[in-house]
Structures are given as structure tokens and as C-alpha cells.
Design a protein around this ligand. Structure first.
Ligand code: ZN
Length: 349
């Protein structure tokens, strides 16, 4: 039987998309924070494959090819431009392989180039060429749809969308919203989303940068502004009104702050701000109730977050076999065979 496509799936319920491979593989020691290039795809492909599989088991409906930052500008930066095409092709084939183990969709992926500048035609041309080569490899690999993500300029998103639209495949565009709540070219996110939807994007929304609490108000506005499907993929961190992005989170514990390089928690000392799986579950329920159907978690996400999101949306993925059951805990549990002395001692733990 043919695999159901993205738009059919969105028409009948939520679609879950795990992201954040970069942060997770950095934590595991397979790529470097800073340049953040997915060299792991060529150097330790089995690690990428395993992570894809972890997220599939946890309930992701999509395996995104790990081509985030596998673009010409980043490869140039680390002196591996010659590996650009092999890295993209390898990432696409790893995603395809794991997706086929379940009923998952394969998504091609392009992202922020970090060279875009408003009203610079030469740079726009360069950006287009970067997107075109990556999109061409994705199409050749037979992806089900293409995502442009973490883009903070409407102008750059426009180029990404135009390139993706040439493929006739479904398109998802998710924008990254920095502290001031505006795109870098000054657009309110709901206006940018409306323009992208008018130009044919099938799904528009936000990803990365903001945690659930500071992203939800904006995706609600986007939901009200467009007729197409809306996406929300926050980072799993406790961002606040004062510190609305994970880049802006600052350590409050003086005993810890003094040991942070340059006093900054981003990107590798964000552990104290980590959202629990229950917060991600709550985010999933609230977003879905608000009519947002394309849901996921970005940088910082682990499989436990994706499983919690899936369960909150009424799913029971394979990894739910091991979802917590405290009734059998030796002290906090209620199983009648447990030792009562331990249950009575629980207040001392
Ligand atoms: Zn992210």
C-alpha cells in the first residue's frame, strides 16, 4: 500500500516531527558545538541512524534528513566543501533507510544560510544556489516533502520556498523568532506566515529559538492569520518573557554562573533550563487544541520528549512500552507485593 503523504496525514490528525539532531549528537560527542556542522553523517553514520531510530520508536512520523547546516557556507567554514554532496546524499539515504523501518515520511531539509542580507541581490543569488543544490539532492533521493527551517528573514524564506516549490513536493517553512518577536527584516511572524502561505507554502510556523511558553502565543497568531496548516517546534527549554529565547537564558545560580565560559549558558550549558517531558506533553495538548497540527521539538530534544508529545496526542509508539509505571517502584509504588516498610519510609527519601 502506498504511504500516506504529509498533507493527507495533516488532514486527519497531528504529524509529529522530531528535530534537534545537532544538539543531541553534540551531547553524545559526535559533532562540535560552535560551527555545528553535521560531520557525524560521514564520520559516524551509525550514530545518525541510531538517533533516527530512537526518534522513530518514540513516535516521530517523520525522519528528517540530517542536512541542517550541511550547506556550502558551513562546509566552507570547516574546510570540508569537497564533502558537501557526499554529506547530503549520505544524510538522505540514512533518513530513508530508517523511515522505511516504520511508516515514516522522509523530509528533505534546508535551513538558515547565515549569509542572507536584505536588499543584496548578489547574496540572494548565492543563497538560491545553496538551496538549489541541496533541494536537487533531496529530490533525487526521493523525499516525501521538504522543510526549510530556522530561517529568521522573510526574504530568505521566500527564496527557500520558491526553490522548494519548483519540486512540486509539499513544503514546510518554519521561521525562527528572536528576542524582539520580529523577523530580521521587520515582519511580524503572522504577516510573514501569511505571505508565505499566499506564495504556496503548505505548512507555515515556527521552530527553534523559543521554548514552548514563549512560542505558543506567536503560533496562535499565525494560526489565526493563515488557512494552511501551522507548525510549532519549540526548543525544550524554559524560556520566559524576559528571556524569551534559549540564546538569552542566563544562569541564576551564582555558584554555577561563575564557571560558565563568558557567563553564557547557550549552547552547551542549558541543562538547568531543560523542560521536562510533562511540559512538552502539555505544550503538545495546548498547541493541538489551538489547531496546530505539525508538532515537534527542536534543539535539546531527546527521544523522551518526542514520546511524551506522541502520548499527549493520543499515540502509543513502540517506546511507550517503557513509559513510567511508578506503581512498581519499591518505595513510591502501590503494588500489594511491595514491602510496606519502604512505602512508610517514603517521606524520608
Ligand atoms: Zn533548533
Amino acid at each position: 500500500m502506498a504511504k500516506l503523504g504529509l498533507l493527507d496525514r495533516l488532514a486527519s490528525g497531528p504529524v509529529i516531527c522530531a528535530e534537534g539532531y545537532l544538539f543531541e549528537l553534540e551531547r553524545r560527542g559526535y559533532l562540535q558545538a560552535g560551527a555545528y556542522v553535521p560531520e557525524v553523517v560521514l564520520d559516524f553514520p551509525e550514530q545518525v541512524e541510531n538517533l533516527h531510530r530512537d526518534f522513530l520508536r518514540a513516535g516521530s512520523d517523520v525522519i528528517e534528513a540530517f542536512t541542517y547546516y550541511a550547506h556550502r557556507e558551513k562546509l566552507r567554514l570547516i574546510g570540508r566543501e569537497g564533502d558537501l554532496e557526499p554529506m547530503n546524499r549520505a544524510a538522505l539515504s540514512l533518513a530513508k533507510k530508517v523511515a522505511a523501518e516504520g511508516d515514516a515520511l522522509v523530509a528533505g531539509n534546508i535551513c538558515n544560510t547565515n549569509i542572507f542580507a536584505a536588499s543584496d541581490a548578489a547574496v540572494a543569488k548565492q543563497v538560491r544556489a545553496m538551496f538549489e543544490e541541496q533541494v536537487r539532492w533531496a529530490v533525487e533521493a526521493g523525499v516525501d516533502y521538504i522543510v526549510a527551517e530556522t530561517i529568521s528573514w522573510l526574504g530568505e524564506a521566500d527564496i527557500a520556498l520558491a526553490v522548494m516549490r519548483q519540486t512540486k513536493l509539499p513544503t514546510v517553512v518554519t521561521l525562527a523568532l528572536h528576542k524582539d518577536g520580529l523577523l530580521r527584516d521587520g515582519y511580524a511572524p503572522e504577516d510573514a506566515a501569511r505571505r508565505l502561505a499566499d506564495k504556496g507554502a503548505d505548512v507555515v510556523g515556527l521552530n527553534c529559538a523559543r521554548g514552548p511558553r514563549t512560542m505558543l502565543p506567536y503560533v496562535r497568531k499565525i494560526r489565526d492569520a493563515v488557512a494552511v496548516h501551522v507548525a510549532a517546534l519549540p526548543v525544550p527549554y524554559r524560556t520566559t518573557e524576559k528571556e524569551p529565547t534559549f540564546q538569552s537564558l542566563t544562569e541564576k545560580d551564582a555558584d554555577c554562573a561563575h564557571c560558565l565560559p563568558e557567563g553564557r549558558s547557550f549552547p552547551v550549558a542549558l541543562d538547568p533550563f531543560q523542560a521536562t517531558r510533562y511540559e512538552i506533553a502539555e505544550f503538545g495538548r495546548e498547541a493541538f487544541a489551538a489547531g496546530i497540527r505539525y508538532l515537534g521539538v527542536c534543539c535539546g530534544a531527546g527521544p523522551h520528549h518526542i514520546r511524551a508529545l506522541a502520548e499527549a496526542l493520543g499515540r502509543r509508539p513502540p517506546a511507550s512500552r517503557f513509559s513510567p509505571d511508578m506503581s512498581k517502584h519499591y518505595a513510591f509504588g502501590s503494588d500489594p507485593s511491595l514491602k510496606r516498610a519502604n512505602q512508610q519510609y517514603v517521606g524520608n527519601l
